[in-house]
Structures are given as structure tokens and as C-alpha cells.
Write a protein that binds this ligand. Structure first.
Ligand code: PLP
Length: 453
């Protein structure tokens, strides 16, 4: 009998994170100060991040030790299972093998605590007693709330107002873990007050909430800021996914032909794929296909430009070299599938630019159709974000069927969709609209970016 789950032992939880910066052919372009446009140094980040995370951000060491206290918490849900999607294969009548690495088993239900736990730990070690962050739908906020409860840190979450009002369940989850959650913009920060003065009925945005959280951290000695994706240290922490996955394929005595995963800021897919990309960079697996999947509503990697842009919509964060739709990008309200960020991880973007990885984009309805087939065959109701990866895996398996090829496909299944059932409801009731972000608007957004030589 072929196995359904490939499980590892707790002792197999990686002891080191893998840092792909050690294997890049040329170094990353540095982040730039938003005002002077000069490269920033560690001192510029000290007001909001602990030194250990700043060091990880710029490190070129190939492996970085995972402290035992972090591995101890990872044990609650790691190593995560690798599944063979046998019933999906059967339904598709494909000769391909489909596997997925399931991150939905963590307490908050996604890959995000892989980094939240590490960030909370290094902040606690640095003597910080309070962490703050922003959250949209609440996945990152709940991961940080969970992690903070493990290290007795106070946690404040600025939650985008429209989500706060429309999606109370993630808020309740955060509060259960002891976090204080505020509908953002608030009257508690200068940035929040200014925006409320101009527009008291604003629905809020991730950009506004980032500004509030960063200001909070910068103005409180005991407080630091945490970010759930994009940055190098976040991607580093997520490599536990790919390192475990490599071991699971060793147990199978197989190696994947195609690895795909969804990309918002890029952290789960970078974490899944980077340990394998190393094999590509060093020439061991030149034919390995690595595919990012994104929504046509927010086509950062497929239609964005590779250049410097701000991380937030206000223009306060350092400038990062990445694929971007322009920081003025506003996703249409009808979009239910997540993955709404205008930019992406500079590491993942560089590797895409250098063609170690490629990217695909899909419409919402086809993504939910794939997720629904997945639920009927494999049982799990996946997060709308993860559904993008499901769709790509199904498409590759169908190509294998047409070409009669027995390829090995694996996708990162980043989380469950138990808090996203209203999106499934919209799909089931045929109320979901397909929308591709118009090229014209991308061009307009990009015209407003600073020019950097
Ligand atoms: C946040 C989230 C994502 C997108 O973020 P990345 O940094 O691109 O991984 C994808 N899937 C799930 C389940 C998420 O919660």
C-alpha cells in the first residue's frame, strides 16, 4: 500500500533554518531609506526590531540555529504531514503523483506561527515586553497572538476596520490568546488620528494599519513591531517547511518535478521552495520547475515591475527592490481570495527575476472550483490563498494526463479555510466575480514610484 501521510518524528524538526542569501550568485539589492534613498543599516531598524532579527535579515550564513525554546513550541504541531492526494489523483485520472505539505495543523491554522513564534522569542530575549502588528483578515494577527501567549508578551493588533467589522471570529480568536485588538484607524496613534480627521468613515487599509503599528513600536521603549511576511528573516523562519519536506521526499526515495505554492508576500512559498532551489542554484536539479501562484486581481509577479518601492501604502517603510504593482495599488473590494499585497519578498522576487522560479495567475472562480474539488476528494477545506496552489497542482496534473507523464507534483497547502466560509458561500451561490486588475491602472500606479538609479 502506498502511504497517504508521510510523517516525521519530533526529533526531525529542523535544528537550523536555511538562509538562501548564502547561495545567491549576486547579493540582494539593499533596502533604502525612504527619505534619503541611501542604503539603510542595522541602526535604522533598532527602534522597531530586536538585534537578533536584524542580524538574520542581513545574514549570509547558510544555516542559522533554531533555539531549543522555539523548537519546543514547534513540537505542538510540527513536523507537519506530507499528504499524497490519492483521491484527487483518482478523480483527475492522472498518472502524476500529487503531494501536499499541510500547514493547516498549527493552532492558528496556517504556516504563519512558524515565524510568529520565532519573532516573539527573539523579542522576549531582547527584553521587550510588548509586540504590535497589523492584520487584515486576521491570520497573521492570530499567529502573533498565539506566539505572544507562549512567551508572556503583551500583544496589540491593529485590525483593518472593515475586516474588524465583517470578520469577528478571527478577532475573538486573538482575544482568546490574550491579545488586544483595535479597529484601525484608531484614536490611539498620530497617524490614526490624522486619517480619522480627514475621513471618519474610512474602511481602513493594511497600509494605514502598518503605519499605526510602526508608530506605536517606535514611540514605546518596551515595544517592538512584527511583520508576517516579505522580510528576509520571516522567509528564513518559514524554511522549516521546505527542510521537512526534503526529508519527507528522502523517506519516499523520490524528488519532486514540480513545486507550486501561493504567493501573497511570499513567505510560505519561499519557505517551501528555497531548500529545493538551492539544488537548482548549485546545478544538482536544473530541470526542477518551481511555480508561484497569485490572483489575477493582484498580479504582482506576473504583471508587476521589478524595481524599488515602499512596503506600505503611505511611504514610511524602507524602499525594497521587488516586483510591485505600485504601493498605491488598492485591491477591488469584491475579491475574496486573499493574497492582496502590492509587492513581495525581495528574495523570492530576485529568484523569479533570475528565472529560478516562474509565476502563474488565476481568476477567483477557477480557484474556488479547484478548492471545492479538493474538499470533495481530499476532505480538507483550504484557505482561499492555498486554493491558488491547489488550482495550479490540478492544472499540472491534467497536463500530465494529456501527455501521459508520471510527474511528481507537490504544493504548499498553507492553511485551512474555516474562517473563510463566507467566501465559499459566495462561490457556491454563484456570487463570485472574476476580475483581472487592468494593465492601465498598474501603469498609472507605477508612474508614481520614486526613480532610483
Ligand atoms: C497569509 C497567508 C498567505 C499569504 O502569505 P505569504 O507570506 O505569501 O505566505 C497564504 N496562505 C495562508 C493560509 C495565509 O494565512
Amino acid at each position: 500500500m502506498t502511504k497517504t501521510k508521510i510523517l516525521l518524528d519530533e526529533n526531525d524538526i529542523p535544528k537550523k533554518w536555511y538562509n538562501i542569501q548564502a547561495d545567491l550568485k549576486t547579493p540582494l539589492d539593499p533596502p533604502l531609506n525612504p527619505k534619503t534613498k541611501k542604503p539603510i543599516g542595522p541602526n535604522d531598524l533598532k527602534a522597531i526590531f530586536p538585534m537578533e532579527l536584524i542580524k538574520q535579515e542581513v545574514s549570509t550564513e547558510r544555516y542559522i540555529s533554531i533555539p531549543e525554546e522555539i523548537r519546543e513550541i514547534y513540537r505542538i504541531w510540527r513536523p507537519t504531514p506530507l499528504y499524497r492526494a490519492k483521491n484527487l489523483e483518482k478523480a483527475l485520472k492522472t498518472p502524476a503523483k500529487i503531494y501536499y505539505k499541510w500547514e493547516g495543523v498549527s493552532p492558528p491554522g496556517s504556516h504563519k506561527p512558524n515565524s510568529a513564534v520565532a519573532q516573539a522569542y527573539f523579542n522576549m530575549k531582547a527584553g521587550i515586553t510588548r509586540v504590535v502588528t497589523e492584520t487584515g483578515a486576521g491570520q497573521w494577527g492570530s499567529a502573533l497572538a498565539f506566539a505572544s501567549s507562549k512567551f508572556n508578551l503583551k500583544c496589540r493588533v491593529y485590525m483593518v476596520k472593515c475586516s474588524y467589522e465583517q470578520k469577528p471570529y478571527r478577532r475573538i480568536l486573538m482575544e482568546n490568546w490574550g491579545a488586544k485588538v483595535f479597529s484601525s484607524p484608531t484614536n490611539l496613534t498620530k497617524s490614526g488620528k490624522e486619517i480619522l480627521k480627514k475621513d471618519p468613515n474610512t474602511p481602513g487599509s493594511l497600509g494605514i494599519s502598518i503605519s499605526e503599528a510602526v508608530e506605536d513600536a517606535a514611540t514605546h521603549e518596551d515595544t517592538n513591531y512584527c511583520l508576517g511576511s516579505v522580510l528576509n528573516h520571516v522567509v528564513l523562519h518559514q524554511t522549516v517547511i521546505g527542510l521537512e519536506l526534503k526529508k519527507q521526499f528522502e523517506l519516499l526515495d523520490e524528488y519532486p518535478d514540480i513545486i507550486c505554492g501561493c504567493v501573497g508576500g511570499g513567505s510560505n512559498f519561499a519557505g517551501t521552495s528555497f531548500p529545493f532551489i538551492r539544488d537548482k542554484i548549485i546545478g544538482k536539479k536544473p530541470d526542477l520547475k518551481i511555480v508561484s501562484v497569485e490572483p489575477l486581481v493582484c498580479p504582482t509577479l506576473t504583471k508587476g515591475e521589478y524595481r524599488y518601492d515602499f512596503g506600505d501604502s503611505v511611504g514610511l517603510t524602507p524602499l525594497l527592490k521587488m516586483y510591485t504593482l505600485g504601493h498605491g495599488f488598492v485591491p477591488p473590494a469584491i475579491h475574496a481570495g486573499g493574497l492582496r499585497y502590492h509587492g513581495g519578498s525581495p528574495l523570492l522576487c530576485k529568484l523569479t527575476k533570475e528565472r529560478y522560479m516562474e509565476a502563474l495567475a488565476y481568476y477567483q472562480n477557477e480557484v474556488f472550483e479547484a478548492a471545492t474539488l479538493f474538499a470533495k476528494t481530499e476532505g480538507f477545506v483550504v484557505a482561499p490563498e492555498a486554493a491558488h496552489a491547489v488550482k495550479a497542482a490540478i492544472d499540472f496534473a491534467r497536463i500530465c494526463k494529456n501527455e501521459n507523464k508520471k510527474k511528481i507534483i507537490v504544493f504548499g497547502n498553507s492553511g485551512h479555510g474555516h474562517f473563510d466560509l463566507s467566501a465559499y458561500d459566495a462561490y457556491n451561490n454563484k456570487q463570485m466575480q472574476n476580475y483581472a486588475y487592468p494593465e492601465k491602472l498598474i501603469t498609472n500606479n507605477l508612474e508614481k514610484l520614486p526613480l532610483i538609479n
